[in-house]
Design a protein around this ligand. Structure first.
Ligand code: HQG
Length: 180
């Protein structure tokens, strides 16, 4: 995707995950907004995205970050929200092992309190090490932690799978983490 569209895609993430008020829109309780309303609001705030650009962003975004509703009228971010929306995901059984990418400076605190969701709604985990490595790399030299999701799920911890394949859970206590 060309740089111009990547920038528009990033702005869309900001609006649909963190700051809808930046363009004066409201998301419904499940994170959806009408595409007509969204495009209108983007235009009015001087950050226009036209309908073809939006389709291309949804289709080609490298992590499939956005979902269009079945009737084609609404859009939402698949995961990553910091605002209080309920994506109404059903709990699903996770693979026995999931991975989380982070950096060394966070490890002492993670050893103490486990993985916390921080500003997001959930802790983000992936089924493959490569994705976790890439997530950690955003912050520096990546450290990949192994999470014993099978044992967590056998206990009382629910797991959810976002529309774009990210594994989500509310908290990973340190005893379920294998540190490298
Ligand atoms: C760390 C991107 C200290 C955690 C990525 C992470 C992902 C702790 C940071 C998605 C901690 C939170 C999410 C503790 C967790 N003490 N540090 N107890 N518990 N941390 O960005 O997982 O491009 O909220 O290791 O690709 O890095 O936005 O989470 O480093 O899928 O679509 O606190 O964001 O996707 O950072 O990334 P984040 P994340 P998008």
């Amino acid at each position: 995707m060309e740089k111009r569209l990547i920038n528009k895609s990033k702005f869309l993430s900001l609006v649909l995950r963190h700051r809808p008020e930046a363009i004066d829109i409201a998301l419904d309780e499940n994170g959806w907004v009408s595409i007509d309303v969204l495009l209108q609001a983007l235009a009015s705030s001087g950050t226009p995205i036209n309908s073809d650009e939006l389709k291309q962003i949804v289709r080609e975004n490298n992590k499939k970050r956005f979902t269009i509703s079945e009737d084609g009228a609404r859009i939402r971010a698949a995961q990553g929200h910091s605002i209080d929306v309920d994506p109404k995901l059903q709990p699903v059984e996770p693979p026995s092992v999931l991975y989380h990418g982070t950096v060394a400076e966070f490890v002492p605190s993670i050893r103490q309190e486990g993985l916390r969701r921080r500003s997001r709604q959930f802790v983000h985990l992936s089924a493959d090490k490569e994705t976790a490595r890439a997530v950690g790399m955003r912050r520096g030299r990546p450290i990949v932690l192994r999470v014993d999701a099978g044992s967590m799920n056998a206990g009382e911890h629910a797991f959810f799978l976002s529309e774009n394949g990210v594994w989500l859970t509310e908290h990973v206590p340190a005893r379920f983490i294998v540190f490298p």
